[in-house]
Design a protein. Structure first.
Ligand code: URA
Length: 200
């Protein structure tokens, strides 16, 4: 039986030779990989995630805790992953390494593995944070501003609920009540067992 750990071994073998000499560790998904109520998908790991080799720890972990509190759920109940499993970095003007958005090439390399990960985990709903996972799973043209807080159909057959990325709320405080309202909409849909697609 294929499992996510087999998939991760395959990814390790596939990606290791791609960037010889560069330190680009993969940060895999974690949590309940057996038909969880929800699979949360972020963009890519950051610095703390790479150090700990775990998704959504550090600052992003705090955002995740707030999400879980609103949802009345525990971290172990859900599955947590990212589209891109390496930390995309660049050197900033001060010479310090900083995060950057994943490149087209990185997205093209990692998205097929994400689709396989979803097929193995079989969550009841996919919850994407921000534009990157949304565009990877639905299509390139859709944007979070158009569809946050609604359930959408995906080619994988698993419904997708789009949320703003909590990190974007730090820069746009007006989004906080929108984000929280969307999380409560998701909670209600899940509690009522209404994870069916809405016509768009
Ligand atoms: N950490 C993650 O693992 N994913 C994100 O999208 C942001 C921070």
């Amino acid at each position: 039986m294929p499992s996510v750990s087999h998939l991760y071994q395959e990814m390790q073998a596939f990606f290791a030779p791609l960037w010889p000499g560069e330190d680009k560790p993969l940060v895999f998904g974690e949590g309940n990989a057996a038909n969880p109520p929800l699979m949360l998908i972020g963009e890519a790991p950051g610095e703390t995630e790479v150090i700990k080799r775990r998704p959504f720890v550090g600052k992003a972990g705090k955002n995740l805790d707030e999400f879980l509190t609103l949802m009345d759920m525990k971290r172990e109940e859900i599955y947590i992953s990212n589209v891109v499993k390496i930390r995309p970095t660049e050197v900033g003007p001060t010479g310090r390494t900083r995060n950057r958005a994943p490149s087209k090439e990185e997205l093209a390399l990692f998205t097929p593995f994400l689709l396989r990960e979803i097929a193995l985990v079989k969550p009841k709903v996919l919850v994407t944070l921000g534009n990157v996972p949304l565009k990877a799973l639905i299509n390139k043209k859709i944007t979070i501003g158009d569809c946050h807080g609604t359930l959408m159909e995906t080619p994988s057959g698993v419904p997708l609920f789009a949320l703003y990325h909590p990190a974007s709320i730090i820069y746009r405080r007006a989004l906080l009540p929108v984000y929280e309202g969307d999380v409560l909409t998701l909670k209600e849909l899940m509690q009522k067992g209404k994870l069916t697609f809405e016509p768009r």
